[in-house]
Design a protein around this ligand. Structure first.
Ligand code: DC
Length: 431
């Protein structure tokens, strides 16, 4: 089988990694960070007390390095002589020396070979400086990400890194072998004034125009033994019956479906109007997902049915850490999960206050967040009434919120969770 490669190139701190990570999660393919390979060789060289400018010594040491690159389902991994250097790769001395090491043709030759090998086994989105020009020059899927130097410098210092971005760019662009440049056929995206979501939307648009086959991929992050892409019969029965009812009785209207993330883990945050809401969201997808349900509902036949519908019992009366943990584990395991940040159904049709729980889950799981707004379901099945009314229901799907590692860090602690919850609720209200 031929594997696809998406090449993302650009200068330091332009947003390449965040972009490549988001694309990998949305498309269900593997993200390869080629800069980490150059950083890893730099780390090894420095840890052997070799002067990076001593080309001969670097090459001699390189020949003894056993570099093993693989992936964990979504992200590339690396070891050198059996050690994983990842924790050390963003140190100031690596930033200061990586351009010197990566200008050595022998280093590039070895690493480019390893980068190309990924394509023997998997589809990749690879980010770096020469991916579209040297590593995969024949791929039709090429994006060049740029941003103003001032924006890039502040992104790096916000990350808490000591890095002279412009100095590194000058070195990376002026070297003889595989300099940083816009590859033939690449589309440029300037992220200076774009939000992360905006930049990702622009990249998705670009890939569609370049002809990338956007079909869903089997989620590679699912744990062994858990398969999706099919439904167990009881889940299917509910999905199908509710789906038919929505389309006939309630004239279901869907908006923003182009924003819907259909593969990989997603935290869906929706307002809550009625008991119709969970299967309403479940019907947006063609495979199974995970829900929350009030603990008290798990009795009688529902005790058997609810688990078949992937409902996690939650205690509504007090903070329920164990169900939160279950949900975070599910998200980390590659599932999409629906949460209602308001906790309970609306009394008056308006969107109510939200507790910080959704922010906490989003930060701990670190997955894309999809805001969704339901309207009309409160009239179709009002709270406190068992009677169905023929009211039109609309489900509006918002642009995903994909947090960069920097943003994730900034949303820690109670205040951080609250701030992120507010951002999510504002996104729902804006739909
Ligand atoms: O993407 P990054 O900032 O982590 O990359 C670190 C350095 O590695 C960068 O300054 C130049 C080098 N590099 C390269 O030469 N070619 C690549 N494809 C990726 C990175």
């Amino acid at each position: 089988m031929t594997h696809h490669s998406i090449a993302i190139d650009g200068p330091a701190a332009s947003g390449k990694s965040t972009m490549a990570r988001a694309l990998a999660e949305r498309l269900g393919i593997v993200m390869v960070n080629s800069g980490a390979m150059y950083r890893a060789v730099t780390w090894k060289t420095l840890s052997e007390k070799i002067d990076p400018k001593d080309k001969g010594a670097v090459i001699a040491s390189l020949q003894k390095m056993e570099i093993v690159c693989s992936h964990d389902g979504t992200f590339s991994t690396i070891t050198i002589n059996g050690t994983d250097p990842t924790p050390f790769l963003r140190e100031p001395e690596i930033n200061a020396n990586v351009s010197t090491i990566s200008a050595i043709p022998e280093v590039r030759e070895k690493l480019v070979g390893i980068q190309r090998d990924y394509l023997k086994k998997t589809h990749v989105v690879m980010e770096g400086r020469d991916i579209g020009s040297v590593v995969f020059p024949d791929t039709p899927f090429k994006i060049y990400i740029d941003a103003d130097p001032s924006v890039r410098n502040s992104r790096r210092s916000d990350d808490g890194e000591i890095d002279s971005v412009e100095k590194r760019d000058a070195a990376d662009s002026s070297r003889t072998t595989a300099p940083l440049k816009v590859a033939d056929g690449a589309t440029k995206i300037d992220t200076s004034n774009l939000s992360i979501e905006g930049a990702i939307a622009a990249a998705i648009e670009t890939l569609k125009k370049q002809g990338f086959p956007m079909q869903e991929k089997k989620n590679p992050r699912l744990p062994e033994g858990e398969t999706r892409g099919w439904m167990r019969w009881m889940y299917w029965l509910g999905w199908m019956s509710f789906g038919a009812a929505y389309r006939t009785i309630f004239g279901l209207r869907l908006e923003g479906m182009e924003n819907l993330i259909t593969s990989g883990p997603v935290l869906i945050a929706s307002n809550h109007q009625s008991f119709l809401d969970p299967p309403l969201i479940g019907n947006l997808y063609k495979d199974e997902m995970v829900f929350f349900a009030r603990k008290t509902l798990f009795k009688g036949p529902a005790k058997w049915v609810y688990p078949q519908w992937n409902a996690v019992p939650v205690d509504q009366d007090r903070p329920d850490m164990s169900s939160m943990k279950t949900v975070i584990r599910k998200l980390k395991g590659g599932w999409r999960v629906l949460v209602f940040p308001e906790g309970a159904r609306t009394l008056d049709g308006e969107i109510g206050e939200a507790a910080a729980g959704v922010g906490l889950i989003a930060v701990k799981a670190g997955v894309p967040i999809q805001p969704v707004r339901i309207s009309g379901a409160d009239k179709a099945l009002p709270r406190g009434s068992g009677k169905i009314r023929f009211e039109r229901i609309t489900v509006a799907v918002g642009e995903p919120i994909i947090l960069s590692p920097r943003e994730l860090k900034s949303y820690t602690g109670k205040e951080g969770y609250e701030a992120l919850t507010k951002r999510i609720m504002d996104a729902i209200k804006a739909l």
